[in-house]
Structures are given as structure tokens and as C-alpha cells.
Write a protein that binds this ligand. Sequence first.
Ligand code: ADP
Ligand code: MN
Ligand code: MN
Ligand code: MN
Length: 344
Amino acid sequence: MAIKAEYIWIDGTEPTPQLRSKTKILDEPSTLERLVGINDYPIWGFDGSSTNQATGDKSDCVLKPVRAFPDPIRGGDHVLVMCEVMLVDGKAHPTNTRAAAARTAKKYKKHESLFGIEQEYTMLKPNGNPLGFPDDGFPAPQGPYYCGVGETAITGRQIAEDHMDACLHAGIGISGINAEVMPGQWEFQVGPRGLLEVADELWVARWLLHRIAEDYGVVISIDAKPVKGDWNGAGAHTNFSTVEMREDGGYKYIEAACKAIGAKADLHIKNYGAGVEDRLTGAHETQRHDQFSYGVSDRGASIRIPWQVSVDKKGYLEDRRPNGNMDPYVVARLMTDTVCSAMK
Ligand code: ADP
Ligand code: MN
Ligand code: MN
Ligand code: MN
């Protein structure tokens, strides 16, 4: 039996990279027999001149498989294959942010970083209006939509449900979903997972979301501020811990981590997704992009220490600044680098 392998990669679109994928039929008995680990999947190529990753005269880029997941869309033995983009000489392509993340994961392995990422996103009609927005004008102001139920509060629930089922089938570490503050806005969480795992799985979960929404004629946007004005933006709050933070007495490491991240606030903000200034305005449960603060329970701070964590005196912190459109390889790498390099 042939296996359909959907090779997924991240392109070179600026300022926000997009997902691409294409199908490889695996039907060679010699390949199928050996298909156990990720290294058994063949490398593949694509036309980088069509993805802003190469010029036409040197168009070939290489897809190197890094994780395989059961394909919840096609079912059976079919698979989704997350790939890194490589140059033909075997080096990482400049758009490949996973390679650096892998180096950081290895360097700070002993700190056992864990991440839980809350991916907020917006479902749009083909005309660009969010689901739940009338074609002209605006819906009733924000208030009843967050975690709401019923026709007047909620649109698009079936897509979110299908997506959650698909993630579970694929073995992605999805930990929940909720309707968000703006109509048509939803969230799913991936984690807690290690640095590379959470980032690989978040990208594949995004791919699944786009793919499932196709069948509903709905467009998925992870844009940070899809509707200007008094409407919440879409973030990707990044919850982070090291083993020291999770153990008894971990609170001092959590505070030290907040301070270490604060000392590099500008570097982080610059890498937290396109349009971060439009979202981090100081309103709508955000701290301003040009200010840094941390605090217990404070959803207006850059970093929130959850209330339960301050009671337990151990746990994790929540960096609330990353945008919905951030690259988790970049954000998780930076947080690990910044916090672990400051640890004695
Ligand atoms: P919020 O109250 O901010 O909406 P969520 O429940 O949406 O929080 O997300 C919290 C995330 O934090 C989840 O993905 C969860 O798995 C993750 N998380 C929990 N414990 C840890 C930990 N020790 N380290 C990192 N992430 C964690
Ligand atoms: Mn959340
Ligand atoms: Mn949220
Ligand atoms: Mn949050």
C-alpha cells in the first residue's frame, strides 16, 4: 500500500513566513519496509524561487524531514512530515529558524525547558471580515464572546472542535481550546512540551487549522491585530519553565528569569512577530511594547506569574508579548537562551 506523505515546510514570505506543503507518494517496498524513524523518510526538493527562498537560476531547495505525525485528514497510514529547509550544500537555509533552535535545545538540555503556547487566531470570511462580524458595520462590543456559548456569542465552533480532534489524532500535545474575546477569535494551547517539540507541533497544528478551515470556506488569520480599534489582537502567550523553576523553591528562579528577560526586552520584542507594536498598546490586556514589567496575576504586564504559581512558590511564567504570528522556533529559542545563560 502506498503512503501519502504530506511534506510541510515554512517559506520565506516577509515579514511573516507562511506554511507550504506537497504530497510525496511513498510506494517503494524498500522505503516502506524501513519507515520507522524520521531518518527513513527521503529528503525531497522544491522550487525555492516560488516561495521567496531562492532565485530562479538557483531554485532548488532541500526538504529535510524532522518529525512525522499520523495524518488526521487522510487517515490510514498516511503521514504529515514536518521539514527543515536546507541549501543544496547541506547547510541550513537562511529562513530555517529550527536549526538554531536545535542548537539551543542541545546546549541547555540539562535545564529541561518546557513550553505551553497559547495560539490565538481569527476565523475570517473570504471577504476578510471575521466570522461573527456583519458585512457592514460591527457586532456588539466585546464582553459576551470570551468562552461564551450560544448563537449570539459564538461562531466557528465546529472548526475549532475538528481541529482539536485532528491534533489529538496526530499526537500533537494540544492541551485545550477556548473562544476568545473578539467574535470569530479562538485559541488552542500546545504544551507543556520541550523546545523543539512545542515548536514543531505548533507549526503542524497551524497547518491543520488552515487545512481544516479550507473545507468550511473559512480563512484562518494569525495576524496580531486583524481588526483595528477597540478589538482584541491575537497573541501567542508563551508559558515557560525550567526544571529549577518547577522544583520546590523554584520561585526565585522564576523571578530571576523575569529579570533576565527584562534585561533583553528589546531583543525579545523585535523577534516576537510582525506588527507587535500594533498589538502591545497597553490596552486589551497588554503591556506597551516599549515598556517591560512583570507581576503576579497581572494581565497588563509583559510577563505574568500565574496566581497559583505564587502560592505554590514554583511553576512557570507567562510571557504575554509574543504575537499570534510569531515563529515558535525563534521565541522558544530566545527564552531558553536568555534565561538559561543567566543561570548560575
Ligand atoms: P491562560 O490562563 O493564560 O489563558 P492557558 O490555560 O490558556 O492560560 O495556557 C497555559 C499553558 O501553560 C498551557 O498550555 C499549559 O500546558 C502551560 N503550562 C502549564 N504548566 C507549565 C509549565 N510548568 N511550564 C510551561 N508551560 C506550562
Ligand atoms: Mn489561554
Ligand atoms: Mn487567550
Ligand atoms: Mn495567557
